[in-house]
Design a protein around this ligand. Structure first.
Ligand code: ZN
Length: 470
């Protein structure tokens, strides 16, 4: 039976207000645990702190009288109701490192100017604790439901979602659901992903080392090149630099104590799924060096400067492809390792949903062959696509529209992958960020949520659970 969501709206909203102080208390407890990935130890697949956050969360849920299950410190579940089928809500309790620059302690939840600040308030501890309160509210309302509701929390989302790979192998998977770990109104398509290491032959070079970038999925904001001081003149290198090669970002050439020449190039960081909004410092450095060495530049430099260059869609490499549902393929050079031992480029590709993983690998293999290069696949995933007219999308969209009154916003595609991918075709990402809202600084300093927006998120997601479990 479908409940009348419009009638429930005011009741749910009143409950959110009533529970708000308790929600803040519980969120503060979870934020206080620095649950970034730690050393693997027996019984602690992702280190002790993510497991501690999981235990604290499950203990809180058990105190509330919900049935809980710790799945070997990979993930955990909180269940309510019964029924042969279950609705799943997946959120994560791990975080990326807090980093520097915070106006207040990242592990102390604080309210300032109508916002809550703390690592994880938006991504994704806030939505996780919020979903627990959603269960409480649904239980309070005593609505008849036909499905069981299962909140599934993981502890490795930020490092590849190994938590949910383990979960789906060791527990029954709910029949449909959502993950509040992206945006509203709803993400119906997530591009496929291919991470490769492309290797170039090591040969004699005036470049002693060339490093930049820390991860596949981020645009490098800095590159550092050390050149042999006997073979390269610092003044000549400095004079050769065209500011256009670094898009105006800072460059610096200096002679080190040991006589070698150090070139440092800055750029603009961005997430690897949207390389077009960053300025890749590794590409900038390769352009500077190619201009300086001319024909003498080695194959790797020429490849990075001319074949990748500022083209983030892989056009020159012959990889460009796009479709109406999910847009263009994106290509990010996330990392370079260039020294006497190896010359490797780490490349993150996000490909449209109409291409298969096999098709993507075939195209990439053909590209590598054309340039005579070897490559290794480091990680890959198939695209995720849930039709807009599916039951899960239509019920979630109706919950969103009823709760917000926003009838304009339409489901959209993203380049990143969420937990939905691990759960299959009846799962989508849904919330918590709103279209056109101010940035909440996830993965950055001063991560925050606007309190009014977050209460709206709680309303939508609670109504969404009711809509799916009815
Ligand atoms: Zn997240």
């Amino acid at each position: 039976m479908m409940h009348d969501l419009t009638q429930l709206k005011d009741q749910v909203r009143a409950k959110i207000e009533a529970y708000w102080p308790l929600f803040i208390r519980d969120l503060a407890d979870v934020v206080a645990i620095n649950s970034e990935r730690g050393e693997t130890e027996p019984g602690y697949p992702f280190g002790k702190e993510p497991a501690r956050a999981l235990a604290a969360f499950l203990a809180r849920a058990a105190e509330e009288g919900f049935e809980t299950d710790n799945v070997d410190n990979y993930a955990g579940t909180v269940s309510y109701g019964d029924g042969a089928e279950a609705v799943g809500v997946m959120a994560h309790l791990d975080i990326v490192p807090a980093g520097k620059g915070w106006a207040s302690d990242p592990f102390t939840l604080v309210e300032r100017g109508g916002r809550l600040y703390g690592r994880g308030v938006s991504d994704d501890k806030g939505p996780a604790v919020g979903a627990l309160y959603g269960l409480k509210i649904i239980r309070d309302l005593g609505l008849p439901l036909t499905k069981k509701i299962q909140l599934i929390v993981g502890t490795n989302e930020e490092q590849g979602s190994k938590c949910m790979e383990y979960f789906v192998q060791h527990r029954p998977v709910p029949s449909m659901g959502f993950t509040p770990d992206a945006g509203y109104p709803l993400i119906f398509a997530e591009k496929g992903n291919l991470w490769t290491e492309l290797s170039f032959p090591v040969a004699d070079s005036p470049i002693r080392s060339f490093y930049g970038g820390e991860a596949f999925n981020a645009v490098p904001a800095e590159a550092v090149v050390v050149l042999d001081g006997k073979r390269v003149d610092a003044a000549a290198l400095a004079a050769s630099i065209d500011p256009e090669d670094s898009r105006g970002y800072e460059t610096d050439v200096r002679v080190e104590d040991d006589g070698n020449v150090r070139l440092c190039v800055k750029g603009l960081a961005a997430h690897g799924s949207v390389p077009e909004i960053g300025v890749n410092a590794v590409v900038s450095a390769a352009m500077i060096l190619t201009r300086f060495f001319g024909d003498e530049a080695d194959g790797l430099l020429k490849f990075v400067a001319a074949e990748i260059g500022r083209d983030t869609r892989g056009e020159k490499l012959g990889l460009a492809v796009s479709d109406a549902d999910s847009g263009s393929l994106s290509l990010n050079l996330g990392k370079i390792r260039y020294d006497g031992e190896e010359r490797t480029l780490c490349i993150d590709i996000r490909y449209p949903v109409t291409l298969t993983l096999e098709g993507m690998i075939d195209a990439y293999t053909a590209m590598a062959k054309r340039y005579n290069l070897e490559f290794k696949v480091i990680s890959s995933s198939s695209p995720h696509y849930v039709p807009k007219d599916s039951v899960v999308v239509s019920r979630l969209m109706s919950a969103y529209r009823t709760a917000t009154g926003d009838l304009e916003a339409e489901p959209y595609a993203i380049g990143g992958g969420t937990y939905a991918k691990k759960f299959g075709g009846n799962f989508v990402a849904f919330g918590p960020e709103f279209p056109n809202q101010e940035p909440s600084n996830i993965h950055n300093f001063d991560e925050n949520v606007v309190i009014e927006n977050f209460k709206k998120h709680l309303l939508i997601s609670t109504m969404a659970i009711i809509a799916l479990a009815s």
